[in-house]
Design a protein around this ligand. Structure first.
Ligand code: B12
Length: 369
């Protein structure tokens, strides 16, 4: 690999991304790790001329760039390829496992010498039910490079155990990651519980919405990515006052209409009835295999979960964005997106007495499917 500077640098990173992408596509772990290592060499000297930068600074900068500008976007590309049905679920799983290996290789190659002194101690965790651990892992490694002691708890951490941990370790802050919006009610519980224990919460990940709008609704700080998170932590997050258990309605007064509670309570029945209505309205389902029937029920369950979450955060956009996304996933698999219409109509019929639900479903019915 040629050492790169200036304009060549961006070109080189783009090339390395393509090389990493190819290695992931071929499930070639050894090659992928070699690309990540080469990227470290390529990223480092570009900043070497900067006056006042120590060798440690340069290594840290290179590590961060490889994590956030090579591995993260390549992993996002994996998601896009899966959504477009260009790669299988198995290829996506393999690619993610290899990305994890690459992160570990970068972390090993750039680990600061143990000094026993840290910028502070923080906990990084995914909310209950959240399996997308890789974004939290990336965040943890960037913070370590920046001198923080990080307790990385990984995927789906039950709130009670999260709170126990942050209290026991006297964490300066909890960094909570979530990618899937329907986990937001659980995320809210985690935020409220940690704040109740006097620990500030910094939330991030796609679940928290554009510009972190749902994190703010839930009284958490929000950062776009690991670099922003490091900057916020460096400014010391204000410690919330410890308080007793707090009702979700305190942050979200619209919940007092009980529509969310009712929907959650009846969701099993709603999914069953919606499937029956879909079968009636969309005759093709009668020819479905058992596997296809199960996937359809799963899709309806998803629709109901996202509907409940849109009610929880009182945001129509959360649901319409999800329906548009689902339509794209279906179309890429040669399933006509208009098969969503009978499901939406069935829910509208079953839930006609609930004004906020009706508003959300009507907006979704207005989409071109
Ligand atoms: C790998 C993957 C999986 C793996 C995760 C394994 C693992 N070890 O992480 C598995 C197979 C488990 C999985 C499962 C599912 N997945 Co998935 N998955 C992905 C994929 C391809 C990559 C995730 C990733 O690593 N992204 C790379 C990181 C770098 O990006 P990022 O999340 O944006 O994170 C950055 C910032 O948001 C931020 N950030 C993130 N967290 C935090 C936290 C803090 C505090 C801060 C400050 C910043 C921050 O920093 C990161 C770095 O810049 C994404 C596609 C994508 N675009 O991300 C889909 C994706 C997230 N998955 C999706 C779906 C639908 C699912 C499933 C529901 C599928 C299913 N039907 O079962 C399940 C849900 C499981 C669950 N309950 O969590 C959808 C979500 C769509 C939606 N409408 O919400 C996506 C977007 C795929 C797609 N293109 O449609 N998935």
């Amino acid at each position: 690999m040629n050492r790169v500077t200036g304009d060549d640098e961006a070109g080189s990173l783009a090339e390395l991304r393509d090389q990493l992408w190819e290695a992931l596509g071929e499930c070639d772990e050894t090659r992928a790790v070699a690309v990540a290592r080469r990227a470290l060499d390529a990223a480092e000297p570009a900043q070497a001329h900067t006056v006042g930068r120590t060798a440690a600074d340069r290594i840290r900068g290179a590590g961060e760039r490889v994590l956030l500008e090579l591995i993260a976007p390549t992993q996002e590309r994996v998601g896009l390829a899966w959504a477009a049905n260009d790669i299988t679920v198995a290829q996506e799983h393999a690619a993610t496992a290899i990305s994890e290996r690459c992160i570990a290789a970068v972390a090993d190659a750039t680990a600061p010498a143990p000094s026993g002194t840290y910028a502070g101690r923080v906990t990084v965790a995914c909310v209950t039910g959240e399996w997308h651990a890789l974004p939290a892992r990336l965040l943890s490694e960037v913070l370590r490079l920046r001198g923080w002691r990080v307790d990385y708890l990984g995927a789906q951490v039950p709130t009670r155990h999260l709170v126990d941990h942050v209290c026991r370790t006297r964490a300066q802050a909890v960094l909570l990651s979530s990618s899937i919006p329907f986990l937001l009610p659980g995320a809210h519980n985690a935020i409220t519980s940690c704040r109740g224990a006097g620990v500030p919460v910094l939330a991030g990940g796609a679940a928290f919405g554009p510009q972190g709008r749902y994190a703010r609704l839930m009284q958490a700080e929000w950062a776009e990515d690991a670099t922003d998170a490091a900057a916020l932590l460096g400014r010391d997050l204000p410690r919330p006052r410890e308080h007793a258990a707090r009702l979700a309605e305190t942050d979200l007064p619209h919940l007092s209409d009980q529509e969310y509670t009712m929907l959650r309570r009846t969701s099993l029945q709603l999914v069953k009835q919606t499937f029956v209505d879909v079968e009636d309205d969309f005759p093709a389902t009668h020819r479905y295999s058992q596997y296809q029937r199960e996937r359809t029920i799963e899709d309806i369950d998803f629709i109901v979960s996202f509907l409940a979450t849109a009610l929880y955060v009182d945001d129509v956009d959360l649901f319409t964005t999800f329906i548009t996304w689902t339509a794209g996933i279906l179309a890429a698999r040669d399933v006509p997106p208009r098969c969503l219409i009978p499901a939406l109509d069935s829910l509208l019929k079953q839930l006609k007495d609930f004004p906020r639900v009706v508003g959300i479903l009507t907006a979704a019915r207005g989409l071109t499917l």
